[in-house]
Design a protein around this ligand. Sequence first.
Ligand SMILES: Cc1cc2nc3c(=O)[nH]c(=O)nc-3n(C[C@H](O)[C@H](O)[C@H](O)COP(=O)(O)OP(=O)(O)OC[C@H]3O[C@@H](n4cnc5c(N)ncnc54)[C@H](O)[C@@H]3O)c2cc1C
Length: 163
Amino acid sequence: MSSLPEHPHPTAKIGKAELLAALQNFLPADAILHSAEQLRPYECDGLSAYRQVPMLVVLPSNVEQVQQVLRLCYDNNVPVVARGAGTSLSGGALPLSDGVLLSLAKFNQILDIDTFNRTARVQPGVRNLAISEAAKPHGRNRSLPPQQNKHQLGHLLPTRSTC
Ligand SMILES: Cc1cc2nc3c(=O)[nH]c(=O)nc-3n(C[C@H](O)[C@H](O)[C@H](O)COP(=O)(O)OP(=O)(O)OC[C@H]3O[C@@H](n4cnc5c(N)ncnc54)[C@H](O)[C@@H]3O)c2cc1C
């Protein structure tokens, strides 16, 4: 296992206990992971040579909650890393030890499919397989290699991925 390079960022203004209490004001209990055994599965993405347990993991289920998490973290200099399915082979979803890992897994709705314009409006946590299956009845084939079916579509913009 390799050691991690430092990511310089301003020192956080609050610690874990204070941040947890603040998050509990607007997130349900099951949307915050904070014990060692809850956090361990998030210590790496597909690049498992690098591992770092995050300070906290949050799993919001609506836009307002995401906004509140980001506002709270921004105001207190707490770094945030977004996580899709965690399949990246480049360590992009690797958390920071003093940061929050923001899982978009609950944003898994396909909002609409426009077959005429060949577009779809989806939430970021929709997986490749789900959009492929939803497009099929409309005669659209978006087949990908099976190992890419797990990717969530929210990763497309930050990674400039083609799939
Ligand atoms: C087997 C395999 C084959 C691949 N083949 C290709 C290929 O042919 N072409 C190609 O271009 N790519 C390819 N990739 C790369 C793939 O597209 C990326 O790994 C992609 O990021 C995986 O999606 P994910 O949901 O697992 O993202 P994650 O691994 O969870 O995240 C990847 C990055 O995106 C950020 N992120 C994720 N979701 C969001 C969000 N909602 N908002 C903001 N940031 C977010 C994360 O912080 C992280 O930096 C391949 C990957 C694998 C594992």
